[in-house]
Write a protein that binds this ligand. Structure first.
Ligand SMILES: Cc1cc2nc3c(=O)[nH]c(=O)nc-3n(C[C@H](O)[C@H](O)[C@H](O)COP(=O)(O)OP(=O)(O)OC[C@H]3O[C@@H](n4cnc5c(N)ncnc54)[C@H](O)[C@@H]3O)c2cc1C
Length: 403
């Protein structure tokens, strides 16, 4: 950053904060020298041939376009990115070869693919490289204090303090910005943990994302570019503890059984990590001279891989709200921030509630509820129109530029 006084401080240069920095410069007339991006742990590019990271995200086609437009997608190590052409979703009581399996096929839906699996580190490093190329260099310090008033925001960093026109919290689920501003949240635990790992499969993954709804939680098998798969196995707490304590061989056997053998034998080839799953919605997404984006504003169940996709939509919506401000209006003026908060809070509550409903229908529910849910899935599976509707809702082009 140059000596120019920053107008906007973005706290957190994760995938969402770094994307927002680029969007503010490219679409909202904020000079690069006026953007302060705080990130104490910037992602470094992956060395060639490094093993796959445990944390991956399924990026929707719309958000991939957005990331291409800001010039970050092409800076990733694209040899490590896998686009998937199909998705298969089924419940525990449905055999994986049944016509009741819900299948989304890119060709049938007239799309080139249904999304891309990227390692979070690959994407974050590319976004930060693009920021640097645009003249936005992340500052490696942490936020220690923060206050806002209708006239501006004052940030305390480890070594200095500074005044800006707008502060944006992009600092993740345990956001210091949210806490320091006293913005409350509605929160509940799902009583589940998401186990992530990389596995090899006996049969080819056929560029397909697989998801099986078990009574203990959904299991997702996401295809990787080297033919292996990344798993997100959401399981109720006690079951997750049991799975994490199994030996590698026992875990592989349990996973093969949980996948109904859809890809033959599955073998664990990495470490395992488990993340407690919770739903969180900040009571406000914006206020005087401040806004929250990404996980700082909302955390949802990972079962449909929407978390970072929602966060990228926050970044786009905020940049577009600010782009519409009159020439002489401050970037921290109240009207665009309020418009952003209204639009994104409503949108995120809908997405989060859909994830909750899906999780509740299958996980830990009674046999009658599960039967009804399975029958409903079968009905959708047999109707091309219904499949298209669900695909458009879940994946699609919500992120087409609204310029
Ligand atoms: C098991 C699992 C699987 C998932 N799979 C998917 C998926 O397939 N698709 C999908 O869309 N989403 C998925 N998600 C959700 C997704 O990972 C998150 O939504 C996403 O990482 C949020 O990005 P973010 O940039 O908002 O926050 P984060 O990734 O948490 O980044 C926050 C950044 O802020 C920095 N920071 C923190 N505190 C401070 C501070 N005080 N000062 C300065 N900087 C700070 C941190 O260093 C970090 O870089 C998954 C989540 C889980 C748990």
């Amino acid at each position: 950053m140059s000596d120019a006084r920053p107008q906007v401080a973005i706290v957190g240069g994760g995938m969402v904060g770094a994307a927002l920095a680029l969007l503010l410069v490219q679409r909202a007339r904020v000079p690069a020298a006026s953007v302060l991006l705080l990130e104490p742990e910037p992602a470094r590019p992956l060395p060639a041939g490094a093993p796959y990271e445990l944390r991956v995200s399924a990026i929707s086609p719309g958000n991939r376009r957005l990331l291409q437009e800001v010039g970050a997608w092409q800076l990733m190590d694209l040899a490590r990115v896998e686009s998937y052409a199909a998705m298969a979703v089924w419940s525990e009581s449905t055999p994986p070869d049944s016509p009741d399996v819900l299948r989304f096929d890119a060709a049938e839906l007239g799309e080139p693919d249904l999304g891309s699996i990227v390692e979070n580190r690959n994407l974050q490093a590319a976004l930060l490289a693009r920021c640097a190329a645009q003249g936005i260099t992340p500052v490696g310090s942490r936020l220690t204090s923060l206050s806002v008033s209708p006239d501006g925001a004052r940030l305390g960093l480890e070594e200095r303090s500074l005044d800006v026109e707008l502060v944006v919290g992009a600092d993740g689920a345990n956001s210091a910005v949210r806490r320091l501003l006293g913005i409350g949240e509605t929160e509940r635990s799902y009583g589940e943990r998401g186990i992530v790992a990389v596995v090899a499969s006996e049969r080819a993954h056929r560029h397909t994302a697989w998801q099986r709804f078990l009574t203990t939680g959904p299991l997702a098998l996401l295809p990787l570019a080297d033919g292996r798969l990344s798993i997100v196995w959401s399981a109720q707490d006690a079951e997750a503890t049991r799975l994490m304590e199994l030996t590698a061989a026992e875990f592989s056997a349990a996973l093969t059984e949980a996948s109904a053998g859809v890809l033959g034998r599955l073998t664990l080839v990495s470490a395992r990590a488990a993340y407690p799953l919770r739903r969180m919605t900040a009571n406000r997404f914006a206020g005087d001279r401040c806004a929250l984006v990404g996980d700082a504003a909302h955390v949802i169940h990972p079962l449909a891989g929407q978390g970072v996709n929602e966060g990228l939509q926050d970044a786009l919506c905020l940049a577009e709200a600010l782009a519409g401000r009159p020439a002489r209006e401050s970037v921290g003026a109240q009207r665009p921030l309020a418009a952003y908060a209204r639009e994104r809070r409503a949108g995120n509550v809908v997405t989060g509630t859909m994830m909750d409903a899906l999780d509740a229908l299958f996980t830990g529910s009674g046999p009658l509820t599960r039967m009804a849910a399975t029958a409903g899935m079968g009905l959708v599976a047999r109707s091309p129109q219904a499949r298209r509707f669900f695909f458009t809702q879940a994946a699609a082009d919500q992120s087409s530029p609204r310029r």
